[in-house]
Design a protein around this ligand. Structure first.
Ligand SMILES: [Fe+2]
Length: 285
């Protein structure tokens, strides 16, 4: 019932214009969807759990190591094939000049794998609280991606599994983070679920060539309350075989701490074909 509500809202955002998703991707690079499932309070709670997790792992390297070993085992398990990526767990780039960010890549399969194989994680509530926060938040978005694939006539990208494989990324940008160049995501779809500074995300619809001026902050039109933000759906590089080209994007630096949550819809047992995409401009020239 909850998921039906989200679909209904998806159409109330866009049905006035009756623009198919494929057209919206071509015209603006994204589709905006009202999100009544997760509000500001839930995302802010997730960022609090994330801060606690970061502090716990930075002060307990033994647990960071345990998490890393679990990730290494997971990417050798059969469940890894659902996601066709090795990105799972913590990426602490807080000391890497320019990068200055800390990310966590969560998936329900990785979560279940840890609970089943590593009972000692029950002694690390900071890890489990964060995992539970991620599990709650990512729940509705598989169906959103199913619906988008169906509207685009490419249902087969998710047909081999019961739900689209969602990889949830929670990221904390530090004040010294520097934005240099936009990028494309190696995903079927990416959903920008939430950020503490939405205006710093710039994107452009796909073009044969790009300049810095092509990139702008998406205009939000969904009617939202202060506590309820809309989400943005963009195509990644995994749809180019259907002539759906990826939306390049960049998060500008602001000198402030910024948190964001993104859901990546992956493709099971997928190998990206060699594709030549338009080069992306530097923002630091
Ligand atoms: Fe991205």
């Amino acid at each position: 019932m909850i998921i039906r509500k989200m679909f209904f809202l998806l159409f109330t955002c866009h049905s006035l214009y009756a623009t198919p998703i494929a057209e919206q991707f071509k015209e603006s690079g994204y589709v905006e969807i009202a999100d009544e499932e997760n509000d500001e309070t839930r995302f802010n709670a997730l960022y609090s759990y994330f801060d606690e997790l970061i502090e716990f792992l930075q002060t307990n390297p033994r647990w960071e190591q345990k998490l890393y070993i679990a990730k290494e085992r997971f990417i050798r398990s059969k469940d890894r094939s659902c996601y066709s990526t090795d990105f799972f767990g913590l990426y602490d780039e807080s000391k890497r000049i320019g990068r200055s960010q800390i990310s966590f890549y969560y998936s329900t399969h990785f979560h279940e794998f840890i609970l089943a194989r590593y009972p000692e994680f029950t002694q690390a509530p900071k890890i489990l609280h964060f995992f539970e926060g991620c599990r709650k938040i990512q729940k509705p978005y598989g169906e959103v991606c199913n619906r988008a694939a169906s509207e685009l006539g490419i249902e087969e990208i998710f047909s081999s599994i019961s739900q689209p494989p969602i990889l949830l990324k929670v990221v904390k940008y530090l004040p010294s983070y520097t934005a240099i160049r936009p990028h494309y995501d190696g995903t079927a779809f990416s959903l920008f679920l939430h950020s503490t500074d939405s205006d710093s995300l710039l994107l452009s619809p796909y073009k044969p060539s790009f300049s810095v001026d092509d990139f702008s902050s998406p205009i939000r039109t969904c009617s939202q309350s202060e506590n309820q933000k809309s989400i943005l759906l963009i195509p990644g590089t995994f749809l180019s075989e259907f002539s759906i080209f990826p939306t390049p994007h960049i998060v500008l630096d602001s000198g402030q701490i910024r948190y964001a949550t993104i859901a990546f819809a992956m493709r099971a047992n997928y190998t990206q074909q060699q594709i030549e995409l338009s080069p992306l401009p530097s923002f630091k020239d």
